[in-house]
Design a protein around this ligand. Structure first.
Ligand SMILES: Nc1ncnc2c1ncn2[C@@H]1O[C@H](COP(=O)(O)OP(=O)(O)OP(=O)(O)O)[C@@H](O)[C@H]1O
Ligand SMILES: [Mg+2]
Length: 445
């Protein structure tokens, strides 16, 4: 199907997602609880599938009517076949997806059909645009259908054939009387939507979807990974206050600027923890495996806090013997790459008009956030408060799932809840419309 046709059938209600799914996509809604989402009416189970550069991770979690989120199954497998969020070997990716979901199914003792999938990578782009429509019935007030048309219109004219819409995120609406947060129900002749549209390269998005489908799972929705991790680690208050959320993964560092409760900017820096490992490998002339271990065990972003004479043992690749190197030297290698990544993130943020609104500070998540001293370094670079964001308040296998490594997977589970509620909402609206129709018909009769 041509991209243009696909874009035409997007369901672009507030906060909606692209048109690639096997079921109805989500839109915004919901409030309360830690995530700001309303708990479901019945206990629901969702599966988040984070297809990352270093690991593919499946999280099966149950959310009950009290809002309690219980992680029933979690499994991770080394990611084979991806590079910086892009599938480079389809068969390897399919096999890794299968392994991760099957392991999670075994642990949870449930079968999985639909998965909520994350997407990221250097091919992701976002842009701001506006769409204006005539309200279909100004006296009756603006309907969700009017909102959808305005949001759709804002994005449609600007999507090249090779791009696929992932999210259309309304920033504000303007009615005849001026700007409003939610225009539904207002009387107005015109409606304008200012929208942040997130797009992916068609081929990259399709390859991820193909890999999931070929692994015999249905794509319940596809979501931008930094938005998913933000949902897992930021409270509604933090999203209101305004923060920069940075998900430092293996291949990329993904950015989401939040302000006034909405995501205002998303971006990607094509470096993550793997670049740091690579620097350590080259700098110390050791294997990738040893460099990764050394980085995690003795690494820090604050070399000045390390005693000058502190030594660590490093294996010599060829002979298997060990040599001693200065730990401070190791940490200097780590710090300089980490600093470079954060400066590139800051540079992107500064280009966005919304950076100044994110005065709450910086939240680091993803595996890279586990590097010792990362928050302190970010605080220095951004000159704003910084903390490590991790999924919290979980039950079940929470000790594993509350690592920043699993922020995206947990966030995808919450997106599942959001999608479910939106599907329910539209059913309810349809039912209410039918009731209204029959009432009118009786009146006429
Ligand atoms: N304790 C630790 N200290 C330092 N770095 C760590 C630690 N644990 C994990 N990492 C790094 O985190 C990175 C992996 O993070 P994560 O699992 O979030 O990536 P991913 O989701 O697979 O990748 P991406 O989001 O880029 O697709 C690796 O580079 C790894 O070395
Ligand atoms: Mg990731």
């Amino acid at each position: 199907m041509a991209t243009r046709e696909k874009v035409q059938r997007l369901k672009s209600v507030p906060g909606s997602d692209g048109g690639l799914f096997d079921r109805e996509p989500a839109s915004t809604g919901a409030a309360a609880s830690r995530t700001g989402l309303k708990p479901p009416n019945r206990t629901c189970t969702f599966t988040g599938l984070d297809i990352g550069t270093t690991k593919i991770c499946a999280i099966i979690a149950e959310i009950d009517p009290a809002g309690k989120t219980t992680v029933r199954g979690i499994a991770s497998t080394p990611s084979q076949g991806l590079r910086r969020g892009v599938v480079v070997d389809l068969e390897e990716t399919i096999a890794s997806i299968r392994t991760a979901v099957r392991k999670a199914e075994e642990i949870a003792q449930v079968g999985v059909r639909d998965v909520l999938v994350g997407i990221a990578g250097g091919h992701i782009q976002c842009f701001q645009s506006s769409g204006a429509v005539d309200v279909s019935n100004p006296e009756r007030g603006i309907t969700r259908a009017d909102i959808r048309r305005a949001v759709d219109k804002s994005a449609l004219d600007q999507i090249p054939m090779e791009r696929e819409v992932i999210h259309t995120l309304p920033q504000r609406f303007i009615i005849d009387d001026g700007p409003v947060a939610n225009p539904e129900g207002f009387s107005s002749r015109k409606l304008t939507a200012d929208v942040l549209t997130v797009t992916a390269a068609v081929t990259s998005a399709q390859n991820i979807i193909r890999a999931v489908r070929n692994a015999h799972y249905r794509v319940g929705g596809i979501y931008l990974e930094p938005l998913a991790s933000s949902l897992a680690v930021l409270t509604p208050e933090e999203r209101d206050l305004g923060v920069v959320a940075i998900d430092i993964g293996g291949g990329t560092s993904d950015i989401a600027i939040w302000a006034e409760g909405t995501v205002r900017y998303t971006g990607v820096v094509p470096y993550g923890g793997d670049s740091i490992t690579e620097d350590v490998r080259r700098g110390l002339k050791i294997s990738c495996f040893d460099a990764e271990n050394l980085k995690k065990r003795y690494g820090s972003c604050l070399p000045n806090n390390i005693k000058e004479d502190e030594k660590v043992e490093v294996p010599v690749a060829l002979t298997g013997e060990t040599q001693e190197i200065s730990r401070r030297f190791l940490c200097e290698i780590i710090m300089s790459r980490y600093e470079e990544i954060l400066l590139l993130v800051k540079e992107q943020c500064e280009r966005s008009a919304h950076f100044d609104k994110a005065f709450g500070g910086v939240v680091l998540t993803g595996g890279g956030a586990l590097q010792e001293g990362a928050a302190k370094l970010a605080e220095k670079i951004f000159d704003r408060p910084c903390k490590i964001g991790r999924p919290s308040g979980l039950a079940g296998l929470s000790s594993v799932a509350s690592s920043p490594i699993y922020s995206t997977g947990v966030g995808l589970v919450y997106y599942g809840l959001q999608a479910d509620q939106e599907a329910g909402l539209s059913e309810k609206n349809l039912f209410q419309r039918l009731v209204r129709f029959f009432k009118k018909a009786i009146d006429w009769y």
